[in-house]
Design a protein around this ligand. Sequence first.
Ligand code: HEC
Ligand code: HEC
Length: 331
Amino acid sequence: MNTFEINKIVGAGLTALLSLFVIGYIGNALVSSDDGAHAPDAGHGAPAVEAAAPEKEEPVAPLAVLLAEGDMAAGEKVFKKCAACHTAEQGGANKVGPNLWGIVGHAPASVAGFAYSDAMSGKGGTWTLESLNEFLADPKGVVPGTKMSFAGIKKPDQRADLLLYLRSLSASPVPLPEPTVEASEAPKVEAASEKPAEEEAAASEEKPADEAKGEPEPAKAEETQTAAAGDAAAGEKVFRKCKACHTVDQGGANRVGPNLYGIVGRAKASAPDYSYSPAMAGLGGTWTEAELDTYLADPKGAVPGTKMSFPGLKKEADRVNVIAYLKSVGQ
Ligand code: HEC
Ligand code: HEC
């Protein structure tokens, strides 16, 4: 966001300089209107900016917060807009645009066999979540001369969803930025309109009243065991909700979440090379079906501090079935 803003300011500055030349020739009358329209923040000092700014800039939640609240599955859908030109899978072909596996954390213009524009080849640096966020908001504005003919994704929350998806296209996804306390205050006011409100509503409606937050209840565990003859085929369908973040095949890659092969009965937080949250890493013991059920019903309630950004499976049947599926895969 910073570079983008700097670009905007520099751009505005240049426009202002140009305007100054024009001023010399055309005179003051024209200038005052021209200047007001095109270069409100040209560096003539704050008061002018405030007075002249024609459209107020909408406050946007910081990227870290948008990412924390983002929805990777939604991002995978947003990626359909990109799929005409980009493949996402490892080793995928270059199409009109380069393959995007591993894009987050890599240098721009580094996919072998793709003929980049000079603009992209000369960009330098690294594609971080932040720089991709800027680029995807306005490709031609951020990399003038790029041959990516795409208008950009204007909605910050959609970009965050998309970034979560792009980030998952890697064997070792980069860590997500931690929203600061300050940052997480901000969106409550601004961005609360859409997703969080919805989520909160859903959570408070669907969560059974007896399901105390954070405490695995023995009674419930028993209940699950009686119901444990889940339907693995139905569970495989439920697992589609998990697939954006988890593989389940033996030796499958860690994505945003760890590989889940053999998770029922497996030691907690034990997927090789996966970097767990301290909360998950500190659990100890093995995953029983009952504990999986509790965790999947309300991940953040059952394991406060878990970095699994998933609201939970509210329907018991879904949980029982997905656990049956996970069990069937691991045997
Ligand atoms: C109409 C085709 C098209 C669409 C749609 C498109 N792109 Fe691109 N994209 C390109 C091309 C062509 C390039 C190469 C740009 C260059 O060399 O200047 C590119 C480059 C990129 C790069 C830089 C890759 C690198 O190796 O440095 C990223 C990241 C990217 N696109 C992401 C996206 C995402 C995400 C979307 C969807 C929101 C998208 N693109 C939509 C054609 C497209
Ligand atoms: C948005 C990404 C995401 C989705 C969707 C998701 N998970 Fe996770 N999952 C994670 C992350 C990240 C972790 C690691 C949690 C931690 O370290 O705190 C995790 C951890 C887990 C663990 C603990 C693994 C271990 O090795 O101890 C289980 C079990 C699990 N997820 C199951 C599921 C199931 C089942 C679903 C679908 C119903 C699902 N997850 C959906 C991201 C996700």
